[in-house]
Design a protein around this ligand. Structure first.
Ligand SMILES: Nc1ncnc2c1ncn2[C@@H]1O[C@H](COP(=O)(O)OP(=O)(O)OP(=O)(O)O)[C@@H](O)[C@H]1O
Length: 749
């Protein structure tokens, strides 16, 4: 039942009038009308009605008459009008997102507790040695404080902290509960301005304060906004796409579409054709290296050719850059929206910021900025009308006293001080006008650049930024879609009439740090949800991969893709000898492991003392013996003239990455976690499994999607280092060992 509130009713109206109006005017079934309570004093009535009748009653009767008097009708709680299934989805994901947000805050607290201040600054989540200065007020009188380095003229360190983030300010107790938190309002290379809810404590003006990232509030806000659209779509497109998300509307092909390409293979062409033909959405599933990104790019080109405005999005900045790079090669006008610092250097000239800088309206704004900065300098020579000088006088009063040229003190303020404050205020209104003009010109420049673009590229989260608020697209293409949570992917999903999602749910799912939230559905991507709801009609699979030697591909194909993957002949037999690496001697295990004839190698530490370690305050692990083995292999590979750029070391554990980085001197060899390396490839991958214990505990190696990613990054060789007595207690790893024994080299160290 939904409670409707009827307001402005006449005192003479009784329950019969209301029931009569609902039945006769709206056609409501009398069984759908429940209890009626009338409060004559407030001229209001509350009526319970069935959900099925509520919307129609409101639509017909709001502003209409009951008993000859015009009344207003609305639901007591607007959410009650929303279908239960929609509310369930909305409530569930709002709660999960909230859990994730709280977990993120807890993680920050933990990191602040255990890392030294400079370690946290090096991680890009804190700024040290700052000093605060009042910077007036903003957004409804919120006090603004501008922080800059306590060493004047020094640039601030590069951090991930950005406008909209919630930050915490402290002096020497970064976890004290009374530390103020505020929102970053503006950031430049030299200063960061924070808006507080109320006046912050005095200490923030001391030299040496510290600013910590607390939680990336902007991302959460944008995800919450996307969920709001599920509950309350703002237009027909959002409503239609919400209905698809909840399977209230089925998958539909709008038209048959023919597409030709000299580059793509048949399964890729089919995927593009289905995508072009689909009415609302389409899914392209592609195992590693099968060309999801190139297919996305061909699809985008075709859509642009047909006149579409396209948003190309992905969860990570790296994936967006990959798309951008390929789109630029196609000579499309592509604009990358997002903070330039997070964009690959060689692609920065395609960022919105860079393009805007060159726009004539922006250049005009710059000139005005110079002029206004002269005014600001001049303003500094007058007394700022702060509380202690103005003593309760309003701006208007100060101006009036100054105009009247009074010669006596007012509230104890001398005429000179009044004159100075008036001059300050006069300049301030000029400055305000300048800034309005500057803002208008800058906005013009941004809109002009964006309007001219064929394709706009951004991360899923940035697709929800204010800059793109007024933009709606014909098509959004979401690459890496299996790595985005539903609330994140819904951002680009709702921004276009049609969405194409590309991904592989056999690779790693979205990163969710709160285990409860992950278990209850936050780790399930929109791609997976749509594929479960709409089945095979809405999905194409790519099957030819262009990355791996067939033996590297084999295990993954058998175990994750029903043996459906095929290696393109151009890569099927690729090995290290093509790069001139093929040691003949077998003097040491490193040379043997690097032999070209073994595309897969398992180096087993079962006979060694190679136990894992877990450091205090860390939920991660490292393994020093495995690290030494890795470094030996790297040294040998480079000694054999292998290019450092062709090698990467990946491992599930961050602590192992850190340990390896501490000891590795080969600067161009990338060392990272498996999760961070998803979507990437190298000629050779060295993998360190780390786990070695008596309990056969393999931690999150148990998620086989991580194994799948780890094994599918290499083109010509994978060297897997691990303790079989721990990891091979698990069937899939036992299978891997058997497989490598069959197709490659198994070696007990
Ligand atoms: N039809 C094709 N002909 C030749 N090369 C291709 C073809 N399709 C893809 N490739 C090549 O295969 C490689 C992998 O393609 P891409 O990065 O698009 O794959 P992906 O499916 O996105 O990979 P991942 O799952 O690892 O992200 C690229 O070098 C690409 O140029």
């Amino acid at each position: 039942m939904v409670t409707l509130v009827i307001s402005e009713i006449d005192k003479s109206i009784g329950p019969g009038d209301i029931v009569g109006a609902f039945i006769n005017e709206v056609g409501t079934d009398s069984n759908n009308i429940g209890k009626i309570r009338i409060d004559k004093n407030s001229k209001k009535a509350e009526v319970e009605v069935e959900l099925a009748s509520a919307a129609k009653i409101i639509e017909t009767m709001d502003g209409n008459q009951i008993g000859g008097v015009k009344v207003n009708i609305k639901a007591k709680n607007p959410d009650d009008l929303v279908d239960k299934e929609i509310m369930d989805y909305y409530n569930k994901f709002s709660q999960l997102l909230q859990l994730e947000r709280e977990e993120e805050i807890d993680r920050h607290k933990l990191e602040i507790k255990y890392l030294s201040p400079s370690e946290r600054q090096a991680k890009g989540r804190a700024m040290l040695d700052l000093r605060g200065k009042d910077a007036g007020t903003a957004f409804g009188h919120k006090p603004l404080v501008k922080f800059s380095s306590k060493y004047s003229g020094k640039k601030l360190p590069e951090t991930e902290i950005t406008t909209g983030d919630l930050v915490m300010i402290s002096l020497d107790k970064p976890l004290h509960p009374n530390n103020p938190t505020g929102t970053v309002a503006e950031k430049t290379s030299y200063s960061i301005t924070v808006a507080f809810e109320k006046h912050p404590p005095e200490f923030i003006y001391s030299k040496g304060v510290r600013l910590d990232l607390f939680v990336n509030e902007t991302s959460f806000d944008r995800m919450f906004s996307a969920l709001e659209k599920v509950k309350k779509p703002q237009n027909k497109v959002e409503e239609r796409k919400r209905d698809i998300l909840l399977a209230k509307k089925g998958f539909k092909n709008a038209a048959k579409s023919k597409f030709q390409s000299n580059f793509l293979n048949q399964s890729q062409i089919k995927a593009v054709e289905h995508s072009l033909a689909a009415e609302d959405f389409y899914l392209i599933q592609g195992p590693p290296g099968t060309g999801k990104t190139v297919t996305a790019v061909e699809l985008i080109c075709e859509a642009v050719k047909n006149g579409a405005e396209v948003l190309a999005a992905a969860q990570s900045n790296t994936a967006v850059d990959n798309l951008l790079e390929l789109l630029v090669e196609k000579e499309l006008n592509v604009i990358r929206v997002g903070h330039p610092i997070r964009v690959n250097k060689k692609l920065r000239k395609h960022t919105l910021d860079d393009r805007v800088l060159k726009h004539h309206s922006y250049m005009e704004a710059e000139k005005l900025r110079d002029e206004v900065s002269d005014l600001i300098n001049k303003q500094d020579s007058y007394i700022y009308p702060g509380g202690k000088y103005r003593r309760g006088l309003s701006d208007q009063e100060i101006k009036e006293y100054a105009e009247r040229d009074i010669e006596h003190h007012v509230r104890g303020i001398s005429p000179r001080v009044i004159d100075e404050m008036a001059s300050w205020l006069e300049l301030q209104s000029k400055i305000d006008k300048y800034f309005k003009q500057i803002e208008r010109l800058e906005k013009q420049a941004v809109e002009a650049v964006l309007n001219k673009a064929d394709v706009i590229c951004s991360t899923n989260i940035t697709a929800g930024s204010e800059i793109l608020e007024d933009f709606h697209f014909d098509l959004s293409v979401i690459d890496e879609a299996t790595q985005a949570t539903q609330p994140a992917a819904l951002i680009p999903y709702f921004k276009a009439d049609k969405s194409i999602l590309l991904g592989d749910h056999k690779q790693l799912p979205p990163t969710v740090i709160n285990q409860k939230a992950a278990g209850e559905g936050l780790a399930k991507s929109l791609f997976e949800k749509l594929s479960e709801l709409h089945g095979d009609d809405a999905l194409s699979s790519l099957i030819i991969q262009y990355r791996m030697n067939r033996k590297i591909m084999g295990f993954s194909s058998l175990n994750f893709y029903n043996d459906s993957l095929r290696a393109d002949p151009s890569v099927a037999d690729a090995d290290l000898s093509d790069l001139g690496i093929n040691p003949q001697s077998e003097k040491c295990f490193t040379e043997k492991a690097l032999k070209a004839e073994f595309p897969m190698v398992f180096l087993d530490t079962i006979d060694m003392e190679a136990a894992e370690r877990s450091l205090k305050a860390s939920s991660s692990y490292d393994n020093p013996v495995e690290a030494e083995i890795v470094l030996d292999i790297l040294d040998r590979a480079v000694m054999l003239s292998m290019d450092e750029h062709h090698i990467a070391v990946i491992t599930p554990y961050k602590d192992q990455v850190d340990l390896l980085n501490q000891h590795n001197n080969l600067a161009e060899i990338e060392i990272d976690t498996v999760d961070a390396f998803q979507g990437r490839e190298k000629e050779m991958i060295v993998f360190s499994a780390v786990r070695s214990n008596d309990e056969a505990n393999i931690g999150f190696l148990r998620d086989l999607r991580r194994l799948n990613v780890a094994l599918t990054r290499a083109k010509r060789k994978v060297i897997f280092i691990g303790d079989s007595s721990t990891i091979c207690e698990h069937q899939s790893y036992k299978n891997l060992l058997t497989y490598i024994k069959r197709v490659g080299l198994y070696y007990r160290l």
